[in-house]
Design a protein around this ligand. Sequence first.
Ligand SMILES: [Zn+2]
Length: 252
Amino acid sequence: MNLSLAHGYTSQSQVAKILTENWLASESYCPSCLSLLSQAKANSRVLDFVCSNCTNQFELKSKKGIFGQKISDGAYSAMIDRLTDSNSPHFFFLNYSADFKVRNLIAVPSYFLQPSLIERRKPLSDNAIRAGWVGCNIIISQIPEAGKVSMIDEYQIAKTSKVQKIWAKTAFIASEKNSESRGWMLDIIRCIERLKADSFSLKKMYEFESELSLNHPNNHHVKDKIRQQLQFLRDKGYIDFVRPGLYKLSGD
Ligand SMILES: [Zn+2]
């Protein structure tokens, strides 16, 4: 990062904000189309960056050291509103070292952030300046792996072509506007990941039936839904059918 930009600032959080934002705008790129990003106007409420080509919007969250299970973010209600808005920004999660080197950079498409991954924090106490204000945490540990597009991993820079390919692989989720349908897609993707195998059977997927019933109490045909979702993921090129009842993750 360009440390000279930190001159004149004493607050550590301010220094980190200036350096990480500058780094992202000058060194990083849009994972969807590989164009450069520009910093959005300072007065814009939430989004930090916009792609100069495809107008994708991004918000940057950064941290010294690595992220734990959750990341704190702004107001809970504003966050939930944004996730239901088709224009909601995607996220960059950035980790840096004590000497301001970028250790990890992950891009997460907005459509992976289901409201169930946003945790409501306790309201600020009565003696706080913003008493009653309710913030939120993003539970990053529950974002499916397919939605964590690694651009830098332990100081190693990923190939841009690979980043773009991984991003594109799940872009079909964005076109599903119905939150219940989107929830199903993400749940099935998460179940497939939990099997930790390149190929898997329908029978194995049916083992998630009772768990999925809890997430979707109004659906009384969960097995049918699992099968239908697997067909849908096949049509979108996310998985392949090997033979009846056997699937595999589609290759690179
Ligand atoms: Zn772009």
